[in-house]
Design a protein around this ligand. Sequence first.
Ligand SMILES: Nc1ncnc2c1ncn2[C@@H]1O[C@H](COP(=O)(O)OP(=O)(O)OP(=O)(O)O)[C@@H](O)[C@H]1O
Ligand SMILES: [Mg+2]
Length: 278
Amino acid sequence: MATISLLSAKGSPGVTTLTVAFTLAWSTASGGRGALAVDADPAGGDMAPGVLRGALPDDAGMLPLAAARRDVLAAEVLDAACVHLRPAGAARLLPGVPDAARAGALTLAWDRIGEARPALDHAQVDLLVDAGRVGGDPARSPWLVEADLALLLVRPTLPAVAAAHRLADGWRTPGTPTSLVPLALLVVEAPSPYRPHEVARAVGLPLQGVIPFEPVHARVHSEGAAAGRGFERSGYARAISHVAGDLAQRLGTVAAPAGAGPAGAAPAGAGPAGVGVA
Ligand SMILES: Nc1ncnc2c1ncn2[C@@H]1O[C@H](COP(=O)(O)OP(=O)(O)OP(=O)(O)O)[C@@H](O)[C@H]1O
Ligand SMILES: [Mg+2]
């Protein structure tokens, strides 16, 4: 089980949108592995009201997971707390807390996910975590400290770049828990005179990828909008597949032998068909 945590330093560059998008793309990117999108945004999760359009069972999400009886196996309570993004598919989603007042439950829920690790390993499932906007000390978020890779999303605006630079500086402070976690940059484009490589240089992080500015296509993953014609071939969808493939390669999570993936793994891609609760 690999963990990739997505975060931002300022603004709303698309952390939630791309966590969902990479989760849907993961099966193809990784050669058949499963993916679980974990909504750990302490400000309150946007996946339930967004891509799921509010349609989720009462027992789904981080709150029920945190509150589940300790004598029930973590793998069982985790299964019950997740929703499938596709019928019988390999992409699942764990909705977040409804508001910041309940963010304390995220750490308890994360502990249960950790207890379920053997089952997730066995099922060849990787975690893609929406860590939201990181305002304070990132070391207080275990899903950041324990990540195999953290992806800092940034739009090419001066305030966003300045905030990302500050976060990257603090992240790498020697002796801090985050200094051991690789941090890379994902530029989500917006109308701007600054090119992605200039942004990466200014932030001081390696550039992991670039996602083009395509608001209509992005709504498929942020709000569960229907995919229009041309979505699959859009620059947005192709960039997601490309970056997801690079991430899977980087983490060495590719190449489960054919047929060894999770039972019933759906053909994936960044495509939107069936986005929503199965
Ligand atoms: N590549 C893109 N091109 C254009 N618009 C995008 C792109 N990615 C995301 N968006 C849009 O940007 C808006 C914010 O996205 P999202 O909610 O994912 O950001 P966020 O970083 O999670 O924000 P927050 O910190 O508020 O949780 C949404 O309307 C989404 O559709
Ligand atoms: Mg968000």
